[in-house]
Design a protein around this ligand. Structure first.
Ligand SMILES: [Zn+2]
Length: 135
């Protein structure tokens, strides 16, 4: 290994020296810079980002699970009450989701029939106006 040349006085010191033998100038900062390996440092950064990302992902999914659990317990609580469309307690998540989806599908269908009904009413009004105009 090369000897360390003192920045302060120019004396060549042993690589193992931590400070200049003549003036006492510290080599610790220079050594730290020299010993820093950019490749391994970037590898460490990538690892840290990965770990942070994984931690963030687990925290996110963990909170999502908590929200789902709250929703599930809320649904169970609602199911215990007498409601128009009772959800049987003790349903599995899949069955519960399927029922929920069916409810949404039914509301969409009913809104579609509602639109049809409105269209029919408008058509009837149009015909009524045509009849009254014809008179
Ligand atoms: Zn020196």
């Amino acid at each position: 290994m090369k000897s360390i040349k003192c920045k302060n006085c120019g004396l060549s010191n042993f690589p193992s020296d931590v400070e200049c033998a003549r003036c006492g100038f510290s080599f610790l900062k220079i050594k730290a810079k020299k010993e820093k390996r950019p490749r391994s440092f970037s590898m460490f950064s990538v690892l840290m980002v990965t770990v942070a990302g994984a931690a963030g992902y687990y925290i996110y999914t963990g909170s999502q699970e908590t929200i789902d659990q709250v929703n599930a317990s809320e649904a169970k609580r609602a199911a215990s009450k007498p409601v128009e469309r009772p959800v049987a307690p003790g349903l599995s998540r899949t069955e519960y989701d399927r029922q929920k989806t069916q409810t949404y599908a039914e509301s969409v269908r009913s809104s579609q029939s509602l639109a049809d009904h409105n269209q029919h009413v408008q058509q009837t009004e149009k015909e009524m106006q045509q009849i009254s105009n014809g008179k």
